[in-house]
Design a protein around this ligand. Structure first.
Ligand code: SAH
Length: 319
């Protein structure tokens, strides 16, 4: 999965109507603007004017550009730092946010200032491991010759305790890359101040289930077919991210549905203002707002979690 996604993202811009999938910032400028105001509000209430704005996997840079524009209106012009491995997407990001600084890895992010870090649809693209409860115990689900098969080693130590007695055939997913990135960022935030905002599709584990999926031209596809030419993703376990952050002393918010989060941040007021300024686009603006917040669209499956320095204030948008 790691190699397939590196090849996939490395050589193309997969976003948008002509690509394979579309993300919230590409649906409407309202998404990035509200995240920017969310960040500005948090930084101002924390009295942390030197805070840097960081994004993990910024795609085309649309979210960052919209967020930074909104932050500038609130009087903040933070340094922008992007963690991005894809050369093709770095090119797009350079056009969208010319002054940014790029990193291959979270380890090289600034060490001398607070960080407000935004990750939209980033953790879902990281490589996972799957374990299946077979008749002889927990085994890793692996890929060989284009098919799934079970490994031979006992993997019961990888299974969260509440799931160890799951029914035969049950699948448990672990995301070591997501755990490692959170375990690198959490002590940085604990030492420097700041927060990590994660927005993605996912669940609050521990839970069983195979969530590996492939998207090609906006349709679900076979994840094992044509590796490197399709977007491979899984659902994010938000409870796991919160648990890792807690180990380093960070405070997690409750996990909010994206619809409730954006509504609390004022998406209805922003949509009305945009309609007033662009009456001819009223239908498109309302369609975009609906897509971002409606429970049957992105409002419920997508969730939002913030992991913050223990002395930073409660961020906006969470009940
Ligand atoms: N956040 C953007 C793009 C989401 S797609 C949006 O909402 O539109 C996933 C992004 O993560 C892409 O920019 C991809 O190149 C990047 N990415 C995937 N795996 C990565 C990794 N291991 N390290 C850094 N970036 C990665």
């Amino acid at each position: 999965m790691a190699r397939a996604n590196a090849a996939y993202y490395g050589g193309r811009d997969p976003l948008g109507r002509a690509g394979d999938f579309i993300t919230a910032p590409e649906i409407s400028q309202m998404f990035g603007e509200l995240i920017g105001l969310w960040a500005a509000d948090l930084i101002l209430r924390a009295s942390a004017a030197t805070t840097a704005y960081v994004e993990l996997g910024p795609g085309r840079g649309t979210l960052a550009a919209d967020a930074l524009r909104a932050m500038a209106k609130a009087g903040l012009e933070p340094e922008a730092h992007f963690v991005e491995t894809s050369p093709a997407l770095r090119d797009k990001q350079r056009t969208a946010v010319p002054g940014a600084q790029w990193h291959d890895d979270v380890a090289t992010l600034p060490a001398d200032r607070p960080l407000v870090i935004v990750a939209n649809e980033f953790f879902d693209a990281l490589p996972i491991r799957q374990y299946e409860r077979s008749g002889i115990g927990w085994r890793e689900r692996m890929v060989a010759d284009g098919a799934f098969l079970l490994g031979e080693a006992d993997c019961s130590d990888k299974i969260p305790l509440p799931l160890s007695d799951a029914p035969f055939g049950a699948i448990v997913e672990r995301n070591p890359a997501a755990e490692a990135i959170t375990a690198t960022l959490a002590p940085k935030i604990a030492a420097q101040g700041g927060a990590l905002l994660v927005l993605d599709y996912g669940y609050e584990g521990p839970a069983t289930g195979d969530t590996l999926q492939a998207m090609s031209s906006h349709r679900y596809a076979d994840p094992l077919e044509a590796p490197g030419t399709r977007d491979l993703t899984t659902h994010v376990d938000f409870a796991m991210l919160a648990a890792v952050a807690r180990e380093y002393g960070l405070k997690p918010t409750p996990c909010a549905p994206q619809g409730a989060f954006l509504t609390a941040l004022g998406i209805d007021a922003r949509a009305s203002a945009l309609v007033k300024a662009n009456p001819n686009e009223a239908d498109a603006i309302e369609t975009a707002r609906h897509r971002l917040v409606a429970p049957e669209a992105m409002g419920r499956l997508f969730k939002v979690l913030c992991l913050r320095h223990p002395h930073w204030p409660m961020p906006a948008g969470f009940a």
